[in-house]
Design a protein. Structure first.
Length: 484
């Protein structure tokens, strides 16, 4: 049965069941982002590849996804969001199985890159489908549903990953963390066939590959030297690549502007950049998701490599942060109505910064005797702040986006989320390993404490930047929608 999505002002009858199909894709992506950091040390011991393999398992996936998302959102506009969602879901599931069967570090990274690319076809369709299926008065509730589901995934994902690695089911050890996506993907794909509404394709649109290539190359030039530069002694070419990446983004802006003036197809809908909430949200999202993903991988490295935790214990050690995030998401609904999205984001950012400061303070006070229980209060505060910050973010940023812009906007926003994550993993991970190699502390644990503390301060710095930028977002999402 195929149904066509109604106008944006009309509610799609199966919108709530369809929302859970969309959420399944988000859960698969989140699990893949979280579980590789938990299993990273075990994968390195099994396949080799050095400590940078841990960074590349996450960063290779996110760079590929960020690159593909710029095209993925437009593909949904051209060929229909349901069709592209299903193609992406099928490919993502297949690549999950391929990752589980990888026999070398190079093969695993290659499959992770392919998984990110095909995931880029799947993920942006979700935000576009929500904009299509839900009337304006229910949009905030639909986006709010992301919170508890993402929070529960954040709680259960690392614990499940740790248990799967430690249990060594069927002798597959770390491979089961990828294989677990296969049944989830198959069930979600079957549900998508019956439940998701079919969008009306627009074959008059085209994909602009030149700008996509410039964007992808710029991302790679920026992230690659940040990860590999430290291990290779920061050769001159690493600085050249970083400069080329930054210049590449400038070139992308010039090319897009020139194509728009000439009346040609652009990669990103130009009108999006006339919306202050959207443009501010791009930079704010880079800072926030960079801090979130960067601190997550640093914490996992700290407890496994520094404190000697098993993967399961590492997953359990982060449970208070995930639980705090769930509480933040749940509390955000009434707080958003009372305070407005911008003020709620500010509250969340301040709480998160305080939690990170508490984490570093705890490391200092506990000394070499620091354990998992010592870190739980500060991690819970970090999670609470992140939940309060993330809950209103997408609604604020996308509120003023028109229906014909939603595919491009969804792709760009999700790309920024992934690029921010890759940037955070690269920068915070590189700082962590740099402090490890340069430190002259008297004990092994002291070295890891110094490395983790430095990375957490950098994460707090990114959030301070995000706090300042949040002032430029609308006070409430509906105000921005009315203004545009």
């Amino acid at each position: 049965m195929t149904t066509t999505a109604p106008a944006a002002t009309t509610a799609y009858a199966l919108r709530w069941p369809a929302l859970f199909v969309v959420l399944a894709a988000e859960v698969m992506d989140l699990l893949d982002a979280l579980i590789t950091s938990i299993a990273g040390p075990t994968i390195v011991r099994d396949l080799g590849g050095g400590q940078t393999l841990i960074q590349w398992l996450a960063a290779g996936y996110t760079i590929a996804m960020a690159s593909g998302l710029l095209i993925g959102g437009r593909l949904g506009d051209i060929y229909g969001r349901k069709r592209m969602f299903m193609i992406g879901m099928a490919g993502f599931t297949l690549m999950s199985l391929a990752c589980a069967l990888a026999q070398s570090p190079e093969m695993l990274i290659a499959f992770r890159v392919l998984q990110g690319l095909i995931g880029a076809v799947m993920l942006p369709q979700g935000l576009g489908l929500i904009k299509e299926m839900f009337p304006p008065e229910e949009i905030a509730g639909a986006f709010g549903a992301f919170g508890p589901v993402m929070g529960l995934s954040a709680v259960g994902g690392p614990i499940l990953a740790g248990w799967l690695v430690d249990a060594d089911l069927f002798g597959w050890q770390w491979r089961t963390i990828f294989a677990i996506n296969v049944p989830i993907g198959v069930i979600a794909l079957l549900a998508a066939v019956r439940i998701l509404p079919a969008s009306r394709p627009n074959r008059d649109l085209h994909v602009e590959l030149t700008s996509a290539a410039i964007a992808s190359g710029s991302m790679f030039c920026l992230i690659y030297p940040l990860i590999q530069g430290r291990e290779l002694g920061w050769p001159a070419w690493s600085y050249v690549m970083i400069a080329a990446g930054l210049l590449g983004f400038g070139l992308l802006a010039l090319v897009e502007r020139a194509r728009d003036r000439a009346g040609k197809v652009t990669l990103i809908t130009p009108s999006l950049f006339t919306k202050r909430a959207f443009t501010t949200g791009l930079v704010t999202g880079m800072a926030f998701f960079g801090a979130l993903m960067g601190m997550s991988i640093v914490f996992t490295l700290f407890v496994q490599l520094g404190l000697g935790f098993t993967p399961l214990h590492a997953g359990l050690a982060g449970i208070s942060q995930a639980a705090g995030m769930v509480v933040g998401f749940v509390a955000s609904q009434p707080l958003n109505a009372r305070l407005g999205g911008r003020r709620l984001m500010h509250v969340g950012e301040v709480i998160t910064i305080a939690g990170l400061a508490g984490f570093v303070w705890t490391l200092h006070l506990a000394g070499d005797g620091v354990g998992a229980w010592d870190l739980q209060p500060s991690l819970a505060v970090v999670g609470l702040g992140m939940g309060l910050t993330m809950a209103p973010f997408f609604d604020l940023v996308l509120a003023g986006v028109e229906d014909h812009e939603s595919g491009s906007a969804s792709g760009v926003m999700t790309a920024v989320q992934q690029l921010g994550g890759a940037f955070g993993i690269a920068v915070l991970g590189t700082l962590f390993f740099h402090v490890l190699t340069a430190a002259d502390a008297t004990s092994r644990i002291a070295v890891f404490r110094d490395a983790a503390g430095a990375a957490m301060w950098l994460a707090a710095g990114l959030l301070v930047v995000g706090f300042g930028l949040t002032f430029f977002l609308p006070a409430r999402a509906r105000e921005d929608a009315v203004a545009h």
